[in-house]
Design a protein around this ligand. Structure first.
Ligand SMILES: [Zn+2]
Length: 220
């Protein structure tokens, strides 16, 4: 009865889901633009970070396309309270990574953090359940309390000849001790320029003796 009054809707096409379906209808699931660099050996995702930060492995599950089903998925996850999408993508990717030798020694999964105020406003970090499910699959620790977002503001720096925005340090490692000697998987929802992940990775690498890999729900 509850299901008739509040039918579950596909997060890709808004059709009513069958009882056997979860998050996406079968059609949308089959139509998803898959990236899965961990299976294909494609280094496209890793290349985003070449010359910027040392990365062991990098992968995305899906390709982001404007107006496509992945955009709707991420939008519903982030802005429409559809938290189950994060767990859905995390358990999917986690199960696959657990079969790949390069990811098996990951000891800790860390999400790209939201600023405390932003997280309070949204009610959750959209990457949390994604990261938790991956950690579960890899028998790794999930830690959201080590890397924190410190600032939302950007300071305007006026220079003599050019006016430009220079960003402050945006992330901070509160406690580097648990990181030591670990292979860490940094997770986020989407990679576009890689700047956010680069900032996070820089902080983690500066504070500890770690190896880093990256996994995201999607790549733009
Ligand atoms: Zn659908």
């Amino acid at each position: 009865m509850l299901n008739l009054l509040f039918p579950k809707i596909c997060n890709g096409c808004s059709e009513v889901l069958q009882s056997s379906e979860n998050v996406l209808c079968t059609h949308c699931r089959h139509e998803l633009p898959l990236a899965r660099h961990h299976l294909t050996g494609n280094e496209q995702m890793k290349q985003v970070f070449y010359g910027r930060i040392p990365i062991e492995n990098a992968t995305a599950l899906l390709y982001f396309q404007k107006k496509g089903s992945v955009q709707r998925l991420l939008h519903n996850l982030k802005y429409r309270g559809q938290k189950q999408i994060g767990a859905f993508l995390g358990s999917w990717l986690g199960a696959e990574l657990a079969e790949i030798p390069e990811y098996r020694d990951i000891g800790m999964v860390i999400p790209v953090p939201l600023h405390r105020r932003k997280q309070k406003l949204r009610g959750y970090n959209q990457v949390s359940d994604f990261g938790r499910e991956i950690a579960k699959s890899l028998n790794a620790e999930y830690r959201a309390d080590i890397l924190l977002k410190t600032s939302r503001t950007r300071s305007q720096v006026f220079q003599k000849r050019s006016k430009r925005f220079k960003s402050e340090k945006l992330f901070n490692v509160t406690n580097p001790e648990p990181l030591q000697q670990k292979h860490i998987l940094l997770v986020d929802d989407i990679v576009t320029t890689g700047a956010t992940l680069e900032n996070c990775a820089t902080e983690l690498l500066a504070n500890s003796n770690v190896r880093l890999s990256v996994a995201t729900m999607a790549m733009a």
